[in-house]
Write a protein that binds this ligand. Structure first.
Ligand code: GLC
Length: 568
């Protein structure tokens, strides 16, 4: 495969205004005092959403002018060029003279073995290359699983496969999707797809699963979000805006957005979901408003805002996005956030309050606070809890949602710091002997029976129920770089390096500390491999962070800051 790295690069003056204002140099993050670098990035990366909403309504056309005037204040070193391209297709080069761990080369080989080709072009990576276990659907390309693979290839200067993946999945989106006799929304992206070889006709075709074959028959709400976030990562990394600008990509984005911005009976700006519609794709009590989906929703909305064109249809969506982002960030930062002060407030909550003066708006019963949360909550630190809905707060910690909250700046800088503080002070529980717990703690006995429906794959401290997933390492590494705490990621990577290769890249580990290879864990699980590589490359060259992170919008700060008390 010959990849022409320059083909997709455009020089600065060819970038669209949208792409221009999102550029920034994340490589400065670790070199400069944090606050200063964040201030500087904002000058270019972000315009506040309220500024933007003024720009959009009533006259959006003024936006390009605003952006031009913004550019006057740019200093050359604030301008981000597409990330450094590397020529080595097979062996990645180290930019900083940093000695690559021997596992890195092995990981790249394994990642390349996982490539899936369609009519001669690489279009994705297989979920797992493990023939010792029954395949089920692990021989498919999963949209969510491909995300870290895509990042690894982008970071290594191989954007072509990501482009192919984006275009192929876009074609699949336009299929008619039915579960029994019920037709799914037009915008739904597949959970996974597979290339079928017909040896008789010497032909290849694609088949996709939108949830109609998945265990539990749930559509993947996260797939569309990952797709948008990957499109932005591709655009940011290559400087090639032409892919996102294609009419079919713009339409694909709008279709995804239509699904989650549509009006209904909702009283909250969060997205109502069925159980198992994301990484945790089995019944695990994550129905309602799971943090994973809310954080991905927020991130995807912010990415879409950067990628949508300012044509009539695009503008309409941008207005809706801006409104939703305001409401969503307020809701999440106020009601999902938990720290010692907030926990104490809930502990003393009055119930049965009525009207606008209610403090306990969702009528959460203090008796529903689980015992473990009192010990788990450190003096310094906090996190976004798993779910909030009427009379229900799921206090479990979920790794993916919290890391995406940091990367998307759904978490304020104070909250992002608090999340990292929590990880540090609850290291044994969340990292233990293998990073990282997908959620904490596990459900046991009666609770497990009721909430998972007696799922034997999700017994306590296994799989989704408190299992440890190496793929999450990349999210931790990115969150660490964004918060200026790379040493935390370094520690976690070192732990993973003692076992991952030796254990043949398991999908997940079991046990309170993650000491045991998961009972039904696949080996050669691609996202475990890619997750490790991305984490390594992120630490080696922090400018990669720009692909997966967006800076805070100061205008979105909540008025209510009761839960940040300890930072005062
Ligand atoms: C499992 C995981 C899911 C993943 C899939 C393929 O079903 O729960 O998140 O996408 O395996 O690896």
């Amino acid at each position: 495969m010959d990849v022409n790295h320059n083909k997709n690069m455009k020089n600065e003056d060819m970038l669209s205004p949208l792409a221009e204002y999102e550029e920034c140099d994340f490589s400065k993050l670790l070199e400069k005092p944090r606050l200063l670098s964040i201030e500087r990035q904002r000058s270019l990366e972000e315009r506040s959403l309220s500024e933007l909403s003024i720009g959009i309504s009533p006259c959006l056309s003024s936006r390009a002018n605003d952006l031009n005037s913004l550019r006057i204040f740019e200093q050359p070193d604030f301008i981000c060029s597409p990330v450094g391209r590397r020529s080595g297709i097979n062996t990645p080069r180290s930019q900083t003279g940093f000695d690559p761990h021997p596992m890195v080369a092995e990981a790249w080989e394994a990642l390349r073995r996982s490539l899936v080709y369609f009519r001669g072009q690489p279009v994705g990576t297989i979920a797992a290359l493990d023939n010792s276990e029954e395949n089920l659907n692990y021989d498919q390309v999963f949209v969510r699983d491909f995300f870290p693979s895509g990042l690894a290839f982008l970071m290594n200067g191989e954007p072509e496969i990501v482009k192919n993946f984006i275009l192929k999945t876009l074609r699949l989106q336009s299929w008619e999707k039915k579960i029994d006799r019920f037709q799914l929304g037009e915008g739904v992206m597949p959970a996974s797809f597979k290339v079928l070889h017909d040896p008789v006709r010497n032909n290849e075709t694609l088949i996709a699963d939108f949830g109609e074959s998945a265990i539990g028959r749930v559509a993947p709400v996260d797939s569309g979000f990952w797709w948008i976030i990957l499109l932005r990562a591709y655009t940011k990394s290559t400087g090639d805006t032409s892919l996102a600008e294609l009419p079919e990509c713009q339409k694909g984005m709008r279709l995804i957005l239509s699904l989650c911005l549509s009006e209904g009976f909702d009283t909250f700006p969060t997205l109502l979901c069925a159980d198992g519609c994301c990484m945790i794709d089995r019944r695990m009590g994550v129905y309602g408003y799971p943090i994973e989906i809310q954080a991905l929703f927020f991130m995807a909305l912010r990415c879409a805002l950067l990628l949508l064109k300012q044509d009539d249809e695009g503008k309409e969506f941008m207005e809706r996005i801006v409104k939703r982002l305001h409401a969503l960030s307020y809701h999440m930062r106020s009601y999902f956030w938990l720290d010692l002060k907030q926990l104490n407030d809930i502990y003393r909550f009055k119930t049965e309050e009525y009207s606008h003066t209610a403090v306990n708006k969702f009528n959460v019963m203090p008796d529903s606070l689980p015992e473990w949360v009192f010990d788990f909550m450190p003096v310094r630190g906090g996190y976004f809890i798993g779910n909030v809905s009427p009379a229900r707060m799921d206090f479990r910690w979920f790794c993916l949602g919290n890391c995406i909250a940091i990367l998307s700046s759904l978490a304020t800088p104070e909250q992002a710091t608090a999340i990292m503080d929590l990880i540090e002070s609850r290291w044994e529980e969340l990292v233990g002997e293998m990073p990282l717990k997908v959620c904490y703690p596990a459900m046991e006995t009666h609770e497990w029976r009721i909430i998972t429906g007696c799922d034997p794959k999700n017994t306590r401290w296994s799989y989704h129920n408190g299992g440890s997933w190496p793929v999450l390492l990349w999210l931790l590494a990115a969150a660490c770089v964004k918060t200026g705490r790379p040493q935390i990621a370094r520690r976690a990577i070192e732990i993973a390096e003692t076992r991952l290769l030796k254990d043949h890249w398991p999908e997940y580990y079991d046990g309170k500390l993650g000491r045991y290879i998961g009972k039904q864990s696949r080996k050669s699980q691609t996202w475990s491999i890619a997750g490790y590589l991305v984490a390594k490359m992120m630490l080696e060259d922090p400018s990669h962070l720009g692909m997966v992170a967006i800076e805070e919008d100061k205008q979105m700060k909540p008025l209510l800051r009761r839960s940040n008390s300890w930072t005062l």
